[in-house]
Ligand binder design. Structure first.
Ligand SMILES: [Zn+2]
Length: 282
């Protein structure tokens, strides 16, 4: 069995603050070590349950956080800059016929109360993302895109808000592990790795053993994928991408009937939105 493992950092055991999430900050090395640890716990469980191929995709910020020298030998690592990827957090999901996907260290969507660093893809640019009119975060969006490739999501880990979001979108049958309970954007009651890692390992193994019960997340197609930006200049820049339709001052629609392609267009639009021109261009 082949499993795709997408890893973010905001929902990792013990990570609550930007000082563990950003490469420029003093606690970043601890954050990436904790990230690698939660990923390894999931890999161990997947191996226990018979996974033969595991591709881990580093999906946070610089997208090269996970320490390969500490990564479980059963996995390969998709690592490298977001601007060099066409498919953002899901890069490589199309290289093989994966049987299942696992989301480790995920976070709640933009505007979720009681969540660690809630945002959708890029908090600096994206105010709200909708599929068929319903606001979606990365859990729902990525599950819909993977669903279009025939890949069900079988496990989501993160804070309690993320776990609730995963159940709301993917159903109560999904395995989840809540590693912390947010008390604010950058504070949470956390369980230590010695407690969460065995739980992640067991949940991953159980999820893969019960793969027969897994459901694809497949919102009605064509997906009506819409995006509200924080500012009009961001939307101006994003609107230059082929395959988008402008609906309003800060709103775009991503066209098409292939969610994998729409996701790549979405990522191109967000990259453009985030691009700040050199000062001399005004
Ligand atoms: Zn992240």
């Amino acid at each position: 069995m082949k499993v795709y493992v997408s890893v973010d950092i905001e929902g990792i055991t013990g990570v609550v603050h930007g000082d563990m999430m950003m490469a420029s900050e003093r606690e970043y090395d601890r954050g990436r070590r904790l990230m690698t640890g939660d990923a390894n716990a999931a890999i161990e469980g997947l191996v226990d349950a018979g996974a033969t191929e595991i591709l881990v995709s580093d999906g946070h910020g610089p997208m090269r956080n996970i320490l390969i020298e500490e990564l479980h030998p059963a996995a390969r690592l998709m690592t490298g800059a977001g601007e060099a990827r066409d498919a953002c957090q899901l890069e490589g999901a199309d290289v093989d016929r994966f049987d299942a996907a696992v989301f480790i260290g995920y976070h709640a969507m933009a505007r979720t109360p009681g969540a660690i660093h809630p945002h959708t893809i890029a908090g600096a640019a994206v105010a709200e993302l909708r599929i068929n009119g319903r606001p979606h975060g990365e859990t729902g969006l990525n599950a819909a895109v993977l669903g279009s490739l025939g890949i069900p999501v079988i496990l989501v880990t993160g804070d309690t808000a993320t776990v609730a979001e995963a159940r709301a979108f993917l159903g109560d049958g999904i395995e989840t592990v809540a590693v912390k309970e947010a008390r604010g954007r950058s504070a949470a009651i956390c369980r230590p790795p010695a407690a969460t890692r065995p739980e992640i390992r067991e949940a991953a193994a159980r999820a893969l053993r019960n793969l027969g019960n897994a459901r694809l997340y497949a919102p009605d197609r064509p997906l009506r994928l819409e995006l509200d930006f924080n500012t009009m200049p961001q939307c101006d820049r994003a609107a230059r991408i082929a395959g988008v339709e402008r609906l309003g001052p800060v709103t775009l629609r991503i066209l098409g009937d292939d969610p994998w392609q729409q996701y790549q267009t979405l990522w191109a639009a967000i990259r453009n939105a985030l691009y700040e021109p050199a000062g001399w261009l005004g």
